[in-house]
Design a protein around this ligand. Structure first.
Ligand code: FAD
Length: 307
C-alpha cells in the first residue's frame, strides 16, 4: 500500500472524496485528494503544497460548470470557500474573495445600496469560477464590472487589471494560460443605488429565471451560443427536448440544459452531449462547443466535444 503524501496537517486533506457531492450535475468519480479551504492563506498553503509535492491541482468553486469524469480527478482538488467581503463605497468597489457565491454577492450589495452586480443573482457559482469563465446573465457579465483581480501563479501572485484577462464570450485568458492561474480575490465596480430599487431588480430577475430555467441537476447552458444564434434554439428545432442517454437527458424546459437523474454517470452526460453536437452539426452545419468544463480523467473520445 502506498502511503498518503505529506500534506501539512493544517489542511485536513481527505483521500478519495466523491466529486458527485461537489458538482451540480451530481456525477463524477473521486478526487485522489480533496481539501476545503475557507481562508486565503489556507488556499495559498494548499496550492503551494501541491506544487511542492509535484502534484496536479484543481481549484473548484461550486462545481456548477464542471463535468467531472467517472474515473475521478488526479491530484488535489481544492474546494474554495474563501468568502471575505469588503465593500469600499468611497472607491466605488467591492473586494470579494474568490470562493464567495455570486448570487449571495448580488444580495449583499443590494442590501448595502450598491448597484451594478444584479446580474450575479443569475450565476450560481463562485466569484473565482465567474472570472474564469466570464460568467454573465441578463445582458451583463464579469468583464463589464471587473476592475482587477489578485491572481496566484506558482511563481508568485499579483494584482491584474481587467484587460489582462482578455475576456470574450464566456472566455478568459485564465482558461489557456500556462501555470493554471488561480483567482484569489476580485475587485468589482459598484455604484450607489436605492436599496428598494435594487431589491425589486433582484426579485424581478429571480422570477424571470424561475420561469425560463429548469431546476434539478444540471450545469446551466451546456453549449456556448454560436455566433448570431442560440444553442438551445438549434437543439429544440431538431426535436431533441427529452432525448436521453442512460440517466442524462435534454431538459424539456430549456433545450440547452443537459440534466441528470439518479444513477446517471458522467459518461451518460458526455454521450448525450456528443449526440446533440453531432445532430446539430449534421442538420445545421453548426459546430457547438461546450461552455461546461470537463475535469478529471477523461479518455481521448471526450475530445470530440471540442472538435
Ligand atoms: C442552474 C444554472 C444556471 C446557470 N446560469 C448561468 C448563467 O446565466 N450565466 C453563466 O455564465 N453561467 C451560468 N451557469 C454556469 C455556472 O454557474 C458559471 O459558469 C459559474 O461561473 C461557475 O462557477 P463555479 O464556482 O461553480 O465554478 P466550477 O464549476 O467550480 O469551476 C468551473 C471552472 O472554473 C475554474 N475555477 C473555479 N474557481 C477558480 C478560481 N478561483 N481561479 C481559477 N479558476 C477557477 C475551475 O477550475 C473550473 O475549470 C449556470 C449554472 C447552473 C447550474
Amino acid at each position: 500500500m502506498t502511503s498518503a503524501p505529506p500534506f501539512p496537517p493544517r489542511l485536513h486533506v481527505r483521500a478519495q472524496e466523491p466529486m458527485a457531492r461537489h458538482t451540480s450535475f451530481g456525477v463524477g468519480g473521486p478526487a485522489d485528494y480533496w481539501v476545503e479551504v475557507r481562508r486565503l492563506d489556507t488556499l495559498r498553503l494548499a496550492l503551494a503544497s501541491a506544487e511542492a509535492l509535484g502534484m496536479p491541482r484543481t481549484v473548484m468553486g461550486h462545481g456548477t460548470n464542471a463535468l467531472v469524469a467517472d474515473a475521478g480527478v488526479e491530484g488535489l482538488v481544492i474546494y474554495n470557500r474563501c468568502s471575505g467581503f469588503d465593500p469600499r463605497r468611497a472607491a466605488g468597489m467591492v473586494l470579494v474573495e474568490s470562493g464567495h457565491g455570486m448570487a449571495r454577492l448580488a444580495g449583499r450589495c443590494a442590501q448595502l445600496g450598491l448597484g451594478g452586480l444584479g446580474f450575479a443573482i443569475g450565476v450560481p457559482g463562485t466569484v473565482g469560477g465567474a472570472v474564469f469563465g466570464n460568467a454573465g446573465a441578463f445582458g451583463s457579465d464579469v468583464a463589464a464590472v471587473l476592475h482587477s483581480a489578485l491572481v496566484w501563479l506558482p511563481g508568485g501572485e499579483g494584482e491584474r487589471p481587467a484587460r489582462a484577462f482578455e475576456f470574450g464570450y464566456r472566455r478568459s485568458r485564465l482558461q489557456t494560460e500556462a501555470g493554471a492561474p488561480v483567482v484569489l480575490r476580485a475587485a468589482l465596480r459598484v455604484e450607489p443605488a436605492a436599496v428598494d430599487d435594487l431589491r425589486r431588480e433582484l426579485d424581478a430577475l429571480v422570477q424571470r429565471r424561475r420561469a425560463t430555467q429548469p431546476r434539478g441537476r444540471n450545469a446551466g447552458s451546456f453549449f456556448a451560443n454560436p455566433e448570431g444564434d442560440f444553442a438551445g434554439r438549434l437543439i429544440d428545432a431538431l426535436g431533441m427536448r427529452g432525448l436521453a442517454v442512460g440517466g442524462a437527458f435534454v431538459s424539456r424546459l430549456h433545450a440547452n440544459f443537459l440534466s441528470t437523474r439518479n444513477g446517471a454517470t458522467a459518461r451518460d452526460v458526455l454521450e448525450l452531449a456528443l449526440q446533440v453536437k453531432r445532430r446539430v452539426a449534421d442538420a445545421c452545419g453548426v459546430r457547438l462547443t461546450p461552455e461546461v468544463r470537463l475535469l478529471g480523467r477523461w479518455n481521448a473520445s471526450a475530445q470530440e466535444l471540442f472538435a
